[in-house]
Design a protein around this ligand. Sequence first.
Ligand SMILES: [Ca+2]
Ligand SMILES: [Ca+2]
Length: 328
Amino acid sequence: MAETCDPDQKLGCYSNTGPWSGSDLPQSSTKIGTKFYLYTCKCNTSHTLDYNNPASISNSSFNGNIDTKIIIHGFSSSSSEVWVHKMKDAFLTKGCFNVILVDWRKGAESMGNDFFIYFQPVANTRVVGDQIAELVKALPTSKSRIHLIGHSLGAHVSSFASVRLNKAARISGLDPAGPKFVGLANAVKLDKTDADFVDIIHSDAGTFGTTEPSGHLDFWPNNGVDQPQCNLFDDAGPACDHSASHVYYTESINSDCNFVARPCSNYGKYKSGGCTNCFYKYCPVMGYRAIEFKKYYFYGYEKYTLFLTTNEESPYCAGNKPGKRWWN
Ligand SMILES: [Ca+2]
Ligand SMILES: [Ca+2]
């Protein structure tokens, strides 16, 4: 049994007992060094927010009467990544939002004392999630205006933030990290009880991404395991499948094309055209628009798997096509 208490008294103490048994203890918030960078439709330059410094909030262009999008990177990453800024810009193109980029790069690092590490960043997700919740509490807004978008370990960070807020409006989990989460209790990972609406894109299931359904609507583009634009023999890189989840999501924000999915019992049946009618309801759309289908998921979508195919190059949205082979 062990416990560590954070120097930031708002955060409190972390133990690795109960559902956390077998986990590392998180590093301190001082060591993780989480930063929050605000961008708004009024002011598209970075402004640093600090929940322990109220002036950083009151002196910003944050508007509590509009929705807030919080983007959270994953393992071995940072908010400086190009994809984070592309997503932020897509939101600011879409409409008038507060967009907050969370940077926890020091806590997400893959190297510790010259050795590859993963368990420590996994443990740190708890602290980063709690810090996001403390920031939201300090902002002049309501949790019903909070939408968390997390990639990889950032998806699990979103869960801890939302749970501490007693449920944010929405979490979009982009290929939630699998290793060290699959098979564990819902308390230690993203699941559909964590927010009012949880939508998931699975793009690298079984490698970096989880194999488990984790939301109200779980989308499995191209069966969720490997993506057609990713090839080990070209320069797309080993994380191409994993990254595809945020690539698709960002494209969906302003696209006129809908990533239409079909509920189906298995991918083979979907590909052969066996699942076209969506139970005579609206077919759910992956990505930004997924929340429009919130009220339909209980008609049975959640008992099925939501499949779609995508194009092999950008733009990836293939529209309404149930399966390329037979429909084209
Ligand atoms: Ca959970
Ligand atoms: Ca893969």
